[in-house]
Design a protein around this ligand. Structure first.
Ligand SMILES: O=c1ccn([C@@H]2O[C@H](COP(=O)(O)OP(=O)(O)O[C@H]3O[C@H](CO)[C@@H](O)[C@H](O)[C@H]3O)[C@@H](O)[C@H]2O)c(=O)[nH]1
Length: 411
C-alpha cells in the first residue's frame, strides 16, 4: 500500500480488514520516513511500515514529510518528491515475487443482489461526476501521486503486465490498457466499542453542557485550510445560527512557523465575537478527536470540507451535513452527497467568483437542520449501507479473492 502522504489519505487504508480475512496476507505499507511513527501507531501492527526517503526537491522544506507540514504550493512540490521515489519503490517491488501496487478502481458488477442497487447507484453517480464511462468498470489511477481519483474505494490493487502493452493474464475482465482494478470499499468508522478512545475531558465537558443534537461542529480535515476571509465569514455565519458551535481552523505548518497558528487564529476571529458568544462558540486550532466529537450526543450538525472520510464519518454518526468544499474532488463529493444523494447541504457560493458569505453559511446550516422526510430517509439508507458489516466484509473478501486472481494470472 502506497498512499499519498496526507493523513486523510493514509487513515482510511484498511490493512487490518485484509489481514483479518486471511492470516497469510502480509501488508507492506510505504510511507515517507517522517510519517512512520504516526503511521505505525495508526496501523497498530497490521502492516509492516517501510520508510521511503523523499528526494530533495528545490523549495521543499527538508523537514516536510506529509501535506500537514506544507502550504498548498508546498504540496505541489511534495508530489514531485513522491514521484521521484520511483527508483526506490521499483527496487522494493523487484524483491517481491509479484508486482502489486495500490490503485483505486471500481467493480460495480461484484455487488451482491441486495447491495447491488445501492452500490451501483453510488458508483454511477461518482463516475458520472467524473465524466467517466461506466463500462469498462475501471477507473484508471492518475499518473502522479496528486491524490487518488475520487471513487469510493480506499484499497485496491493494480496489476501491470510484465511487458508494456501486454494484456494482463488475470481472469478478471481487464481492459486493454493492461490495468486491473479491484474494489474494496470505503472504510467507515467501526461501531463504537467500550474500549474506544474516550473524548478528552475538555471537549466532553464543554459539549455536555448543551442539549442533544444542538451543537454545530465545523472542521476541515487534515490538509484543507480556509483563507482568512472565508474563515471569518464561516465564524460569523455560525454565530448567526444562534446555535452553540465548535469550529476547528488550522493553518499550514511550515518550518519555523510553529508559533504562528495562534497569531493567525487571532487575526481571523472577528473583533468582539468571543465576548458576544459568551462561551456558546469555541474556535480551536490543532488536531481534535473528530470521530468521538461527531458521536457526542450534543453534536447535531457537521460543517466540513467534503473530504470523503469526513462526510462518511458525519453520516455514520447521524449528523446533519453542511459541506463547504475548498479544493480538488471535494467539490465533486459535495455535489454527490448534497445534490444527488440528498444527505446534506452545500454552502451556496457566488457564481462569478465562488465567494460565500456569512448568510450563506447560516442558510446552509438552517436548511440542513430543518431537513427531514425524504432526505432523512436517504441519510438513514446510506448510514445503513456504510455500517452494514456483511456488506463491508463482503467487499474485503471479494477484494482479497481478486488480488489472488491477479497473482495467479501472473504466475
Ligand atoms: O482534527 C482532526 C482532523 C481530521 N481528523 C480525521 O482525519 C480524517 C480526515 O479525512 P478527510 O475528511 O478525507 O479529509 P482530508 O484529510 O482533508 O482529505 C484529503 O483526502 C480526502 C480523501 O480521503 C479527500 O477527499 C480530500 O479532498 C483531501 O483533502 C478523518 O478521518 C477525520 O476524522 C481528525 O481525527 N481530527
Amino acid at each position: 500500500m502506497f498512499p499519498w502522504p496526507a493523513f486523510g489519505h493514509i487513515s482510511p487504508f484498511a490493512p487490518r480488514k485484509l489481514v483479518s480475512i486471511d492470516s497469510k496476507i502480509r501488508v507492506t505499507f510505504l510511507t515517507s520516513a517522517g510519517t512512520v511513527p504516526r503511521v505505525e501507531a495508526m496501523l497498530a501492527s497490521s502492516a509492516k511500515v517501510t520508510p521511503l526517503s523523499l528526494p530533495h526537491i528545490p523549495g521543499l522544506p527538508s523537514c516536510a514529510s506529509s501535506t500537514a507540514d506544507l502550504t498548498a504550493d508546498g504540496a505541489e512540490l511534495l508530489k514531485l518528491a513522491v514521484d521521484a521515489t520511483s527508483p526506490s519503490v521499483s527496487a522494493l517491488l523487484a524483491d517481491r515475487p509479484h508486482r502489486l501496487r495500490h490503485a483505486v478502481g471500481v467493480r460495480p458488477r461484484k455487488a451482491s443482489r441486495r447491495q447491488g442497487p445501492l452500490l451501483r447507484r453510488l458508483l454511477r453517480l461518482l463516475l458520472r461526476l467524473h465524466h467517466r464511462p461506466l463500462s469498462p468498470p475501471v477507473v484508471r489511477p492518475r499518473r502522479t501521486h496528486g491524490g487518488p481519483t475520487r471513487v469510493p474505494c480506499h484499497v485496491g490493487a493494480r496489476h501491470r503486465a510484465s511487458s508494456p502493452g501486454t494484456a494482463p493474464t488475470s481472469t478478471t475482465s481487464a481492459p486493454s490498457t493492461g490495468t486491473t482494478s479491484a474494489c474494496s470499499s470505503p472504510d467507515p468508522p467501526p461501531p463504537r466499542h467500550h474500549d474506544d478512545e474516550e473524548l478528552d475531558d475538555r471537549w466532553a465537558t464543554w459539549l455536555s453542557a448543551f442539549p442533544d443534537a444542538s451543537v454545530i461542529f465545523a472542521s476541515f480535515g487534515s490538509e484543507t485550510f480556509l483563507p482568512a476571509a472565508a474563515a471569518t465569514e464561516l465564524l460569523l455565519g455560525l454565530e448567526a445560527t444562534r446555535s452553540p458551535f465548535l469550529a476547528v481552523l488550522n493553518f499550514p505548518k511550515q518550518a519555523a512557523m510553529d508559533d504562528a497558528a495562534a497569531t493567525e487564529l487571532e487575526a481571523i476571529i472577528p473583533v468582539g465575537l468571543e465576548e458576544r458568544l459568551e462561551g456558546r462558540g469555541v474556535v480551536h486550532t490543532g488536531w481534535v478527536q473528530q470521530q468521538q466529537i461527531l458521536r457526542h450526543r450534543s453534536v447535531g450538525c457537521f460543517v466540513n470540507h467534503a473530504g470523503f472520510s469526513s462526510v462518511v464519518e458525519g453520516l455514520v454518526a447521524g449528523c446533519r451535513l453542511v459541506m463547504l468544499p475548498m479544493k480538488v474532488e471535494q467539490h465533486f463529493n459535495a455535489r454527490l452527497f448534497a445534490r444527488e444523494l440528498r444527505v446534506g447541504v452545500e454552502v451556496a457560493r457566488r457564481d462569478e467568483d465562488g465567494w460565500f458569505g456569512r448568510q450563506d453559511v447560516r442558510d446552509a446550516v438552517e436548511a440542513a437542520v430543518a431537513s427531514g422526510g425524504g432526505e432523512e430517509d436517504d441519510a438513514r439508507k446510506w448510514r445503513e449501507f456504510f455500517t452494514n458489516e456483511d456488506v463491508q466484509s463482503k467487499f474485503a473478501v471479494d477484494f482479497v479473492r481478486e488480488l489472488k486472481e491477479v497473482v495467479k494470472g501472473q504466475a
